[in-house]
Design a protein around this ligand. Structure first.
Ligand SMILES: [Cu+2]
Length: 160
């Protein structure tokens, strides 16, 4: 029993070390598929402010585009965050994003949005998704993101 407690303390200490000793990480999202199978992998990821998100296009023609009025969509990124749009990317392209404002960032791929090619970034400690406007976005597009987000948040609160 005693060793269990010591192990638990060590694990918690280890987590806080990894958060503070290495302030930024590079996280990779692969962009895959060419039509109805177009997808971001992982679709929902957890990052910390200052982390670099590296999008690697494995196949097809895609964009990484924020849900934001600048991209003619409702705003589904934090209030003070800067909109982004990678422009058209093709096989072998790599595109970087460095989110500095905590919160939830929803983004889509211009050619495949209707087919559900969307992704989400959770930056910092996110306990729930804000009540972002849906506008003309099909609810089913966001529902899948919400389901995966809930799993990830539950998993995080279990870990910590
Ligand atoms: Cu796409």
């Amino acid at each position: 029993m005693k060793s269990c407690i010591i192990t638990a303390i060590f694990i918690v200490f280890g987590i806080s070390l990894s958060l503070h000793a290495f302030p930024t990480d590079t996280l990779t999202v692969r962009v895959l598929g060419t039509a109805g199978d177009a997808r971001f992998e992982p679709r929902v990821i957890q990052a910390q402010p200052g982390d670099v998100i590296k999008f690697v296009v494995v196949e097809g023609l895609h964009t990484v585009t924020a849900y934001h009025p600048q991209n003619r969509r409702p705003q589904r990124i934090p209030e003070n965050a800067v909109s982004f749009d990678s422009g058209m990317l093709t096989e072998g392209d790599i595109w970087f994003l460095e989110p500095n404002v905590e919160g939830v960032y929803d983004y889509f791929c211009l050619p495949h949005e209707r087919m559900g090619h969307t992704g989400r970034l959770l930056v910092g400690e996110v306990k729930q998704v804000p009540a972002y406007p849906l506008g003309r976005i099909a609810p089913s597009i966001i529902e899948d993101l919400d389901t995966e987000t809930k799993l990830l948040i539950d998993q995080n609160s279990f870990d910590l």
